[in-house]
Design a protein around this ligand. Structure first.
Ligand code: ADP
Ligand code: MG
Length: 686
């Protein structure tokens, strides 16, 4: 049927389904070949009508013996068909004249659907059907059902995939000895997954343990390992300024001496790891991970001091204005007394003020620049950027991290890059997956912290929770109340922050209740935060704008409403806003049932552990790693088929194969990366 085969017109004349294909990212033949079915339907055999069982889904073939429109309860087309041994009723509640034509008496039809016991014997309601002749062949393999969208009919997609699969360049790139034993060639594997024969092992296809799946996952992991190795090799060739710490009277020593606390052993160790990297003439690419409250900011400040002491500039970028402002205040407090100039760049700083900052950055007068995305805007040029620090790096898109690194291009030097995260990558993932990333970990909290007690309550306990707030405030403590959304959504029954603010204000007379949410202007948010910090407000009703980095040690109670709607990492981040001082802190997770199994697993994990690494491990378990790291903001999960945990054996095999392939055939290695990651390999370097 040439009319439905995928056309290849000029781009401006794409048909609706062709446009839908593009939208799904199915552009190259290989993209379509890798678009795997959700499941299959068996159209390879015809079941005799007499042998049908209730609730069986089956394909039958018979001649129409009767067809009539009935109007008893509602108008419907009722058709009887018969094969050699039995009769079956087909019932269509919606139908067109064309359906009546296909199902006219005397027609031979092939029908597929679920069998039910009907009033007049066995029947199928709304089966799939088509007219056939005695010699219409049966397909030899199962029919794939693909993930698709409304604009992209299944039949069109099937044809497009089948022809792309036939055309796609799937020749083996790998020397056979590098492929784990027992796995089929790639083309065979894909054919088996798209069009399995009727005798295929469907359980193994379903749970992805089939050799065809293994081959596909191995290919993907290999490409990922190769691109990491490639990124690492490329980075080794880049030059960065060697930022040497300047000895006993150097800036970072003076900062250390001025701090009101001593570094923990873990902080001292990671500072040493970072300063060793900075002293080298090639760019650092290091992730500093440490649980919420573990004290990463002071480590960043010490790294900045090394860079600045060596005569270079440092930029610190944070994902939100509130967080950037907190860093700014802290760094000003630590570094200005040492004679440094610190610039401040955020989206809300505009006009003359901004211009003055931009000039200070360009002239080098400002040694440290703190801000949001505004730091990487086009017109911001650094005189001598030596170190870029990105806080909560997972909240930035990859493109933004690349832009930051490009800020030094003019001098053909790369800045050192330090990324910080309170959402740790589990160790196995970090080691095996992100080969081009060095990781420093702070695994202890500063002394004097009391663990946070987490309680999970159904929303019915709300009044008791409000009483608890009253008691906490009476003891001179402060409280956060977190709501998921700002405005009433039509679809989701969410308490909105504004209504909650009013409700709590009424329930707690005499308590200063503030409100902060994402729709407020930056200055407005900062003003509310300042009031809370200065204890003029005791209760802060907030949306997730307070998720990262807010640091008010006097806050000892956090209530999270509709906790079931938050992700695990997000809940952990939120909880980390309390327990920052010496008082025992409590986090109350209020949920509205019924809970989904994952919702339940998340709340349970929160109640059971306060350890960010354990949380990350559970998160990975609940969600799978595809979403976990990498380019998730842009919607490109880095792995589509393999699962780092479940496929650990394949990952090891892929790592070894990558190393060997790079030795024996760099060209094959490049081809493999191109096949799998065309256009996306930049992502792996960021
Ligand atoms: P995070 O790692 O979540 O960014 P911060 O850097 O905000 O944590 O640190 C949390 C709090 O702990 C801050 O108030 C910080 O000044 C304080 N802090 C950091 N290091 C130490 C330390 N070694 N001893 C005592 N307090 C510390
Ligand atoms: Mg922080």
């Amino acid at each position: 049927m040439p009319a439905t085969s995928p056309p290849k017109p000029a781009p401006e004349k794409l048909s609706a389904p062709a446009r839908a294909l593009q939208k799904l990212g199915l552009r190259r033949d290989i993209d379509l070949a890798l678009h795997l079915p959700l499941r299959h339907v068996d159209e390879t055999r015809i079941v005799p009508i007499a042998s049908l069982r209730d609730f069986q889904t089956a394909q039958v073939q018979g001649r129409v013996v009767d067809s009539r429109v009935e109007t008893r309860s509602r108008r419907q087309l009722v058709v009887r068909i018969a094969d050699d041994g039995g009769e079956l009723v087909l019932r269509l509640l919606h139908f067109y004249p064309s359906n009546q034509k296909t199902l006219a008496p005397g027609q031979l039809v092939r029908v597929r659907g679920e069998v039910r016991a009907g009033f007049f014997g066995r029947e199928m309601v709304h089966p799939e059907f088509r007219a056939v002749t005695d010699d219409t062949p049966l397909p030899r393999s199962l029919t794939p059902v693909y993930p698709t969208t409304a604009q992209l009919p299944q039949a069109y997609l099937r044809k497009a995939v089948a022809s792309a699969l036939a055309r796609a360049p799937l020749a083996e790139i790998l020397p056979p000895e590098l492929v784990p034993a027992g796995l089929p060639p790639l083309r065979e594997a894909l054919e088996a997954l798209h069009h399995p024969g009727p005798d295929a092992d469907f359980a193994a296809i379903e749970d992805r343990s089939h050799p065809a799946w293994q081959r596909l996952k191995f290919e993907e992991l290999l490409a990922q390992q190769l691109s990491q190795a490639q990124a690492q090799a490329e980075r080794a060739l880049l030059t960065a300024p060697a930022l040497r710490s300047t000895g006993a009277d150097g800036l970072e020593q003076r900062l250390l001496a001025a701090l009101p606390f001593a570094l923990t052993a873990a902080q001292t160790r990671v500072v040493a790891e970072i300063t060793a990297d900075l002293a080298r003439a090639h760019p650092m690419h290091r992730l500093l991970q440490g649980d919420v409250g573990s004290g990463k900011t002071v480590v960043a400040a010490l790294a900045a001091a090394v860079a600045i002491g060596a005569g270079w500039q440092c930029a610190l970028m944070a994902p939100t204005e509130i967080l950037a402002e907190q860093h700014f205040r802290k760094l000003v407090g630590w570094l200005e007394p040492l004679g440094l100039t610190i610039a401040w760049l955020t989206g809300s700083r505009k006009g003359k003020g901004r211009q003055a900052m931009v000039e200070q950055v360009a002239s080098g007068a400002a040694q440290l620049v703190v801000g949001t995305h505004a730091v990487i805007q086009q017109d911001v040029a650094f005189a001598r950027l030596g170190l870029a620090i990105v806080d909560e790096q997972h909240r930035f898109g990859v493109a933004q991290r690349l832009a930051l690194r490009a800020k030094l291009d003019a001098q053909r030097l790369e800045p050192h890059l330090l990324m910080m995260s309170a959402t740790p990558i589990p160790r196995t993932l970090a080691m095996s997956y992100f080969a081009d990333l060095d990781v420093s970990t702070i695994a202890e909290l500063p002394p004097g912290r009391t663990p946070i007690v987490t309680k999970v309550f159904a929303d019915g306990k709300r009044d008791a929770v409000i009483e608890r707030i009253r008691a906490e405030v009476a003891r001179g403590r402060q409280v956060y109340w977190v709501c998921p959304l700002v405005e009433e959504s039509e679809h989701l029954d969410l308490q909105n922050a504004t209504a909650t603010h009013a409700e709590l204000g009424a329930a707690l007379p005499g308590v200063g209740v503030g409100l902060i949410h994402g729709r407020m202007a930056g200055a407005e948010k900062a003003a509310v935060m300042a009031q809370f910090t200065e204890q003029r407000l005791q209760l802060l009703v907030a949306t997730t704008v307070i998720e990262v980095g807010v640091d008010v040690p006097n806050a000892s109670l956090m209530v999270i409403e509709h906790a079931e709607r938050f992700g695990l990492a997000q809940l952990h981040q939120l909880r980390g806003r309390v327990g920052r001082g010496e008082t025992a802190s409590v986090c109350v997770l209020l949920y509205t049932g019924p809970l989904s199994p994952t919702g339940k697993a998340r709340l349970q994990a929160m109640a059971e552990t306060g350890d960010g690494f354990e949380i990350a491990r559970r998160d990975l378990e609940i969600r799978g790693p595809g979403e976990f790291m990498g380019a998730r903001q842009s919607g490109d999960a880095l792995l589509r088929f393999a699962d780092i945990q479940a496929d650990a054996v394949l990952l090891t095999a892929a790592r070894e194969a990558a190393a060997r392939l790079l030795r024996v055939s760099p060209a094959a290695a490049r081809a493999q990366v191109e096949r799998w990651l065309a256009g996306r390999s930049d992502y792996l370097k960021a």
